[in-house]
Design a protein around this ligand. Structure first.
Ligand SMILES: [Zn+2]
Length: 298
């Protein structure tokens, strides 16, 4: 007749803890921890071991007995993320076990890193110890390591008033009518847009006004992945557009086309907002949109 297997549960425990001696090397390390310092020991070859060991793990030779203060900051060399901490873990929230090479050390120390989330951590992340309030000469005297502060979010708001020059006012009056007003320098023959009163190239006063068409060619562009209140969506494209007949490009948004299809030489036309909505501003141009013509030679 089959019998049930005999099973007995045991717990091995030293109530109050198991007392062990540290030896001089680990003892020095823990004593320094209690005093808020982290030390390593120098090997005969000159390397600094943190935590210190009695023997050089590479050669087996005894270490020198020279203690070197390291850190306290260091660099994460490897880590593993603990999403669900266990009862005996140092933190009760998700954290990382990390190998941390403290500044001045040649080996890495294993400790917990409180990084908030796994994405905040990478090989090379700089961390600093957060010390326990009551230190007693134990590795937990360092409660955990925390990333160094590398960025802050500051509220930014600037209110200011721009007074348009006479030439810019004239240009914007054209934009309100749906016209690009430019000018031609009679000395060097360059055509500028927006309209201006002197030539930046030869310094002469400009008297010739020209109207430019609202078509042009993209000379260069950028795909922007950060939101901008002036742009309709992310990603959006800002481009330098050389209006037909102009000698210098102007910057504007490009729309009505997927960002990855925008290219140098692309022919575009301004898309104007309805006349009733126009003001004395560049926002009268919603964006430039492809005309569908073959690309232009740049
Ligand atoms: Zn000129």
């Amino acid at each position: 007749m089959p019998s049930e297997p005999l099973v007995a549960d045991h717990v091995l425990e030293f109530p109050g803890g198991y007392t062990r001696t540290t030896g001089p090397v680990i003892g020095r390390f823990l004593t320094e921890l209690r005093d808020g310092r982290i030390v390593g020991v120098r090997t005969a070859e000159g390397r600094v071991l943190v935590p210190p060991l009695e023997y050089d793990p590479d050669s087996g030779d005894p270490v020198t007995g020279e203690y070197v203060e390291v850190g306290p900051a260091g660099t994460v060399t490897a880590w593993t993320w603990v999403e669900t901490p266990l009862e005996q873990h140092p933190l009760d929230r998700p954290f990382a076990w990390a190998l941390i090479r403290l500044d001045g050390a040649d080996t890495a120390l294993l400790h917990a890193v409180d990084a908030g989330n796994a994405k905040a951590l990478e090989a090379g992340t700089r961390v600093r110890p957060v010390w326990s309030t009551a230190r007693r000469g134990h590795i937990t005297d360092i409660a955990y390591f925390a990333p160094e502060v590398t960025k802050i979010v500051s509220p930014v708001k600037a209110a200011y008033r721009i007074t348009a020059s006479r030439s810019l006012t004239h240009f914007l009056e054209g934009i309100r009518r749906g016209v690009f007003t430019g000018c031609r320098c009679t000395t060097c023959d360059k055509v500028y847009v927006p309209y201006r009163l002197s030539c930046p190239e030869c310094g002469n006063a400009i008297t010739d006004e020209v109207e430019l068409p609202d078509t042009g060619t993209i000379t260069t562009f950028a795909i922007n992945n950060l939101p901008d209140p002036r742009a309709p969506e992310v990603p959006f494209v800002s481009a330098y557009i050389l209006l037909d007949g102009a000698d210098i490009p102007m910057i504007a948004l490009v729309g009505g086309v997927p960002a990855h299809e925008v290219r140098q030489g692309m022919r575009v036309r301004a898309e104007w907002v309805p006349e009733a909505e126009r003001t004395l501003s560049m926002s009268n141009i919603r964006w430039f949109t492809p005309t569908g013509e073959p690309d232009a030679e740049l």
